[in-house]
Design a protein around this ligand. Structure first.
Ligand code: FAD
Length: 290
């Protein structure tokens, strides 16, 4: 099913992100993760795409399994910064041949030492290219706290509007820990005429190692409440796991109460964490069906 259609019929969608194995490693454990996630009946599962195309085949293969073996809606991430047009044509064709109807069109980041063919500079060019050649439903990324390379949020919203104007059907946010940041962003985006549904990306932080990496790579700020959790429970893995799940649960309750259209959980392939959060929220996310 097209994600844009799911967003129009469900009061709030629930979806998960998983990532493929690196290099030549087998996909079996990721397929098993997807299978366990199926028990929560997510509206869709997205599969990330390795920078520089390093996991391309695995991304499409895992999406194929989600879509055709598990009978769930799959969203394939696709980056363009290191890609040529014939290569993108091939990926689009493979997605369509495998009945995968949704793609998250991203610029991506060039891995160190790799030279870009410069055929696509920004995500909006990939969006326009896919739109012209396929009937795929197209999503794109957005950044409530600003993208790390962005000179100003206002500029960034203009570029985001370009992505929507080129045919992006929905947006998924970078993770954030302060919901007010998202609410301000949604208001600013609507002032720019960005009216497509915005799905909130929520990262349950359950390991100390994750925290520093996340904040340095994404520019996401920790809230004082979250810092206190890390200070108090950082050296107690089980306590931090519970606190991370509780924090994400509380964040999602507030997002759903404030009319956010979709919740996308960055599972980091931890199906147990995703499952616990979803179980905590069954009536909130599934309404009368739960
Ligand atoms: P763009 O939208 O192209 O923006 C990149 C930067 O360029 C921004 O600062 C923007 O403001 C600026 N810009 C845009 N247009 C112009 C212009 N005309 N002139 C000047 N500046 C401009 N990465 C992966 O490698 N694989 C994944 O699977 C993946 N999944 C992601 C999923 C989500 C939901 C998110 C939020 C991010 C994901 N990323 C992934 C990370 C993403 O690839 C990086 O954040 C990357 O740096 C930007 O990609 P983008 O598509 O947002 O780029």
């Amino acid at each position: 099913m097209y994600i844009k259609d799911l967003l129009s019929i469900r009061p709030v969608t629930l979806s998960y992100e998983i990532f493929p194995p690196k290099g030549q490693a087998s996909c079996d454990s990721v397929l098993a993760t997807a299978e366990r996630l199926k028990a929560d009946v997510p509206d869709f599962i997205s599969v990330t795409y390795g920078a520089g195309g390093s996991t391309a085949k695995n991304t499409v293969g895992i999406c194929d399994y989600i879509q055709n073996n598990l009978g769930l809606t799959a969203l394939a991430h696709l980056t363009c910064v290191s890609a040529t047009r014939p290569y993108i044509d091939e990926v689009i064709q493979t997605l369509e041949q495998n009945n995968i109807k949704n793609v998250l069109a991203l610029r991506g980041d060039l891995p160190e030492g790799m030279v870009s063919p410069e055929e696509f500079k920004f995500a909006q060019e990939l969006i326009a290219y896919i739109k012209e050649r396929s009937s795929l439903c197209i999503g794109a990324a957005c950044y409530p706290e600003g993208h790390v390379e962005s000179p100003s949020k206002d500029y960034e919203l203009d570029f985001l509007k370009e992505k929507v104007d080129q045919g992006c059907d929905f947006l998924i946010t970078q993770m954030f820990f302060d919901n007010d940041v998202l609410y301000r962003f949604l208001y600013q985006a609507s002032c720019k005429g960005i009216t497509v549904p915005v799905i909130a990306g929520v990262m349950p932080v359950t390991h100390v190692k994750q925290i520093k990496r996340i904040c340095s790579l994404s520019g996401t700020a920790l809230t004082p409440k979250f810092k206190a959790i890390v200070d108090r429970f950082g050296d107690n893995p089980k306590a931090l796991m519970q606190a991370g799940i509780a924090y994400a649960t509380e964040q999602i309750v507030d997002l759903a109460a404030n009319g956010v259209r979709g919740i996308h959980i960055y599972t980091m392939n931890h199906s147990n964490v995703a499952h616990q959060i979803t179980e905590n929220l069954s009536h909130i996310l599934k309404g009368d069906e739960a």
